[in-house]
Design a protein around this ligand. Sequence first.
Ligand code: SAM
Length: 291
Amino acid sequence: MSAGPGEPRAAGHAGGSAGGPGPHAPPDRPAYLLGGTAPGAAERMAALAAVFDGWTRDHLARVGLQPGWRCWEVGAGGPSVARWLASGVAPDGHVVATDVDVTWLAGITEPNVTVLRHDVTTERPPALGLDLVHARLLLVHLPDRSAALRAMAGALRPGGWLVVEDADPGLQPRSSLDPAGPADDLANRLREGFRALLAERGADLAFGRTLPRRLRELGLRDVQADAYLPLSVTACATIESATVAMLRDELVRRGVATEAEIDDHLRAVAAGQLDLAQPPLVTAWGRRPGG
Ligand SMILES: C[S@@+](CC[C@H](N)C(=O)[O-])C[C@H]1O[C@@H](n2cnc3c(N)ncnc32)[C@H](O)[C@@H]1O
């Protein structure tokens, strides 16, 4: 990344797509279960933004986001949070948006955003001395999540804020919290199958609740956390249908549901017949001492 006015200080290594290999490089890290350009992936990413961006923005504003800040959006996924950060730090601030798959960041045209392909588990931070590092729905999926969190905290300036948001499906595992009939039971069975797939890939389904402790253990100060539980938000239906469509073959192969049941479920979701919850999103924030 080239350094420009207001851009984060480079992390002391040559660029390439992002930072060079860090000390932690698991040789056969499982791929992110819902990544890539499979049909439904774009809709899923947009729906995550529709459900969670308002909550995320409130928290980023709460830690004092302001013009001039230098930020790292880690595992950015879609463009919405990076763009919103860019408008909040303009004209002199800068945002580095990184992901192992930058497909959905291609449309970012804001001059104060740098998009980098970067693996937070194996590469050094793309910049140091940052005012804000933010990640949402990233670490829960990563086998090497502790090292990634440490690397993110290490990229802060003294006084800089780390804001980490992750799901905790163990706190609320169901899709339907009000199972009033067979369609709700099927929705919950499919969600159980999805959780099993996530766990097999190394996801920690009780991770969100650990965030405030982890931030304190990293030496951060003023650590707080809260959680958001979407119970029946319109875009949750899109997350559900895209997720089930993406995992359909695997769910059928494992005997979680038949093809016909999955078709029934997708029809019920499309018809708005179900109140579909998402797991709670735990948001934790803390700042590096000093500054
Ligand atoms: C569930 S999506 C969340 C996207 C976005 N942060 C959001 O909340 O809408 C997880 C994202 O993490 C990215 N990801 C997975 N493993 C990663 C890694 N090792 N380093 C960086 N990004 C990664 C995926 O490509 C995907 O975009």
